[in-house]
Ligand binder design. Structure first.
Ligand code: HXH
Length: 365
């Protein structure tokens, strides 16, 4: 071979290497791993969204990068989606599901039966009197068939029943119109209807404070009853509206083990980490009450998130989904609940959509 050809080959290899490396480094940069990639071998990572979130290009870009599952925050609740007997409002729910289908994200549906954000018409007849058990069951069935049926094959898991266990340690089921009018089997009926409407969807019972021992025991009892009665239920949704004060590692571990011992799947459905203690009653922000994020809150939050995700990884066999309740600290429902007007900082991204320091606690393992 002549020297010229040698040089030519040498330069080709040289340039291929230089440009190859450069291309690779930019692609690593562009495709920098998101939460969903760090957890690829563990479980999908989801986020609660609303149409406002999805209309912002920056938030959309963040969702693509970090998450592979979405949940409508409000759009599929009975109040918003079925405001009158003859009126379904599909716009927001459809736009969220279409967004997911277009972008190959999973959808967790939320929620079919709840005591809040439920329209009053469903409990009343034309004269304004309370309906009978039969009428209410018929309406519940129609509602569930219609909503679950519309998204059949597009929504892989549903929170069928939300928050029916009472917080009061002396009561089992929460008082509600559903319980009053139908009786205790309203829960089983909702699962049965959802299963009939989409036999392939995974069906969940969803609740909060699921780690507090007294509530945990009652939820365990409910789930056991449902399983013994052969109700089609696949899992428990643990909302995980946590704070820097709770749950303890011991209570979280004990609750995961208890629910998993029933052979159910665990979905952590509404994860956030308030920097304030839980309050039972809604109130307004007091004059002078501070709501700037302190260094101490920040470091406690980091420890609490690290602890939770360490346990999630440890129990990956039972845990099949983890979803955050909102995208970033720019908008979180906790700015309104329980203290209206008090800023909270419960998520992994700040109000500029940048990864917070706490993000590293979740992905470094
Ligand atoms: C969840 N409830 C719901 O599942 C979800 O649909 C909603 O978007 C947000 C949170 C959590 C919750 C539980 C109890 C509760 C409020 C929210 O009770 C309070 C009521 C008033 C003040 C403080 C708590």
């Amino acid at each position: 071979m002549t020297a010229k050809i040698h040089y030519a080959i040498f330069f080709c290899i040289f340039f291929a290497l230089v440009y190859g490396c450069k291309a690779q480094s930019t692609s690593i940069q562009d495709g920098k791993k998101g939460l969903k990639d760090y957890y690829r071998k563990y479980f999908p990572i989801g986020v609660a969204v609303n149409p406002q979130t999805l209309s912002d290009p920056d938030e959309r870009a963040l969702i693509f990068k970090e998450f592979n599952s979405i949940t409508p925050e409000n759009a599929m609740k009975m109040g918003p989606i079925h405001p009158k007997e003859q009126t379904y409002n599909w716009r927001d729910a459809d736009s969220i599901v279409n967004f997911a289908v277009r972008n190959k994200l999973r959808v967790r549906g939320h929620t079919l039966l709840w005591h809040e954000q439920t329209p009053d018409w469903i409990f009343k007849d034309k004269e304004g009197r309370e309906v009978s058990r039969e009428v209410l069951l018929q309406r519940l069935k129609e509602h569930i068939y219609t909503v679950v049926g519309r998204y059949k094959g597009k929504i892989y898991a549903w929170d069928v029943v939300n928050e029916v266990i009472d917080d009061n340690p002396n009561n089992f089921l929460r008082k509600s119109k559903w319980l009053d009018i139908i009786g205790e089997d309203f829960i089983a009926k909702a699962f049965q209807y959802a299963h009939e409407a989409d036999p392939n969807a995974l069906l969940f019972y969803n609740d909060y404070n699921t780690e507090r021992p007294s509530k945990r025991d009652k939820i365990f009892k409910l789930l056991k009853q449902l399983l013994e009665a052969k109700v089609p239920i696949n899992g428990i949704g643990l909302q995980s509206h946590w704070s820097i004060f709770e749950p303890s590692e011991k209570d979280l571990r004990a609750s995961i083990e208890a629910y998993a011992s029933l052979g159910l799947q665990l979905h952590f459905t509404e994860v956030d980490m308030s920097v304030y203690p839980w309050e039972k009653d809604k109130r307004k922000k007091r004059d002078g009450e501070t709501d700037a994020l302190s260094a101490e809150q920040e470091s406690k939050q980091a420890m609490q998130y690290a602890m939770a995700f360490r346990l999630f990884r440890e129990y990956r066999k039972s845990i099949t989904s983890v979803t955050f309740w909102n995208v970033s600290d720019r908008y979180t429902w906790l700015d309104l609940y329980p203290v209206e007007g008090r800023k909270n900082y419960p998520l992994l991204f700040d109000k500029d959509l940048k990864r917070k320091k706490v993000y590293n606690e979740v992905v470094n393992f």
